[in-house]
Design a binder for this molecule. Sequence first.
Ligand SMILES: *[C@@H]1O[C@H](CO)[C@@H](O)[C@H](O)[C@H]1NC(C)=O
Ligand SMILES: *[C@@H]1O[C@H](CO)[C@@H](O)[C@H](O)[C@H]1NC(C)=O
Length: 108
Amino acid sequence: MASLSNSFFLLHLLLHLSSSLSTTLIETTCKSTSYPDFCVAAISSTSPQTSSTADTRGLSSIFLSLALSNATNSSSYATSLAASSITEEPIRPLLRACSLKYAAAAMP
Ligand SMILES: *[C@@H]1O[C@H](CO)[C@@H](O)[C@H](O)[C@H]1NC(C)=O
Ligand SMILES: *[C@@H]1O[C@H](CO)[C@@H](O)[C@H](O)[C@H]1NC(C)=O
């Protein structure tokens, strides 16, 4: 029984350590970007399980997915604004161009 509770303690310690290490990795990585606060906020918006177990390569992959999702969403948003009845006519082609640019940015 003692060995089982020791195992649980060890597992808990390891999980805690790995999550602290990942927090440090996230902070260290984000500090090296132009927008550290935004970087931390963006990664915090993702699943903690995914981000806390990621290495640098995994973090890059998460940020790339976020950027693709944001570009896709922005393209849809610009399209819906272009189609909206409250949008003034001269603005429509600009919003359509904006939508195409975001769509192109989201191409894998
Ligand atoms: C994109 O839109 C979806 C659906 O509204 C949302 O769940 C997701 O968080 C958005 N992605 C980003 C990066 O804002
Ligand atoms: C894209 O990301 C920015 C920064 O987080 C956010 O302000 C914006 O609302 C997002 N756009 C969409 C369409 O999700």
